[in-house]
Design a protein around this ligand. Structure first.
Ligand code: SF4
Ligand code: SF4
Length: 289
């Protein structure tokens, strides 16, 4: 049987057009030379995917914003049309224009969009989402659940297509940050919030990271996940896949969706199915069909 891999790609891009005050990439810029390198690395990665025989899902998790760069748009468009790519998705602030998405393969293309209330009005963000709906683009929407912005949650919900999944990333830097009432309020909108509002004990637990899912950087270096720094190979070296095998987590906890979703014990593949990379639960996928 053909193997399926879920790959998280993070190149050297490290710049963003937004200025969220909790983020190290706020209003940062890359030089032309840095962007040229990021582009060349990305193009090499696309060519590598094209040459593989495995079924591949890709989630781009850039430092900063990728889709304001034409070369990211082009890479995603190309990948979406490859017969061995079942999914290509990216984490984005959705500030880019959307017309280029008319050319993507809408079966495989998806977006993980994040609403940043200090950077764009709810009305403008929701209008962008409506454009995606009109074009038939699959996407999830979410935002960081800072207490100061929780009043946005129900307003955002009302502004969006009811079939679109709205997730909330828990603010976990302060323990016991939320009151019980706040948690109830959030869970009424994001029924999967409890998974995000904790650090899952992971040491010794089975995880697909390093086996059927792995991360790749701009040079092709492979790591199990974004949270374990040891390199386990390089995709541009022959037979790198011999380093992909079942193993347990070596970290104490795992607290991000892009990590814990691959832990066997949480059984979240059953919840998300083929929407696991762009964070769309099966229930919402079915609703949209
Ligand atoms: S949009 Fe994302 S990458 Fe950009 S500043 Fe805000 S949090 Fe950081
Ligand atoms: S549980 Fe999290 S930290 Fe551990 S291997 Fe899996 S993704 Fe990585």
């Amino acid at each position: 049987m053909k193997k399926t891999w879920n790959i998280l790609y993070r190149g050297s891009l490290s710049s963003c057009n937004y200025a969220c005050d909790y983020c190290p990439f706020a209003k940062t810029k890359n030089t032309r030379a840095e962007l040229a390198k990021d582009r060349a690395d990305l193009e090499r990665f696309v060519a590598w995917v094209e040459g593989r025989s495995e079924t591949i899902g890709i989630l781009f998790t850039p430092w900063g914003e990728g889709l304001i760069r034409k070369y990211y748009q082009e890479a995603m468009t190309t990948l979406s049309h490859l017969p061995n790519v079942y999914r290509v998705a990216i984490q984005t602030n959705l500030s880019c224009p959307t017309r280029w998405m008319e050319k993507v393969n809408k079966e495989s293309f998806a977006l993980w969009t994040t609403y940043h209330p200090t950077e764009i009005s709810r009305e403008k963000f929701a209008a962008k989402c409506a454009q995606l709906d009109q074009m038939g683009i699959r996407y999830s929407v979410g935002f960081v659940g800072l207490k100061s912005q929780l009043n946005e949650l129900s307003l955002l919900r009302q502004s969006l297509n009811p079939k679109v999944y709205l997730w909330v990333n828990a603010y976990k830097r302060e323990p016991n940050y939320y009151t019980t009432e706040m948690i109830e309020e959030i869970e009424a909108i994001d029924p999967l919030f409890a998974y995000n509002n904790q650090y899952h004990p992971s040491k010794g637990e089975k995880c697909q990271a390093g086996h059927t899912t792995f991360t790749v950087d701009g040079s092709g270096n492979v790591r199990r996940c974004h949270f374990i720094k040891n390199k386990i190979g390089n995709i541009y070296q022959a037979n790198f896949e011999s380093n992909l095998y079942e193993r347990n987590c070596s970290n104490v906890t795992c607290g991000c969706h892009i990590g814990y979703v691959h832990m066997d014990k949480l059984k979240l593949y059953e919840v998300y199915g083929k929407g696991v990379l762009e964070r769309i639960p099966k229930k919402n996928v079915e609703l949209r069909m």
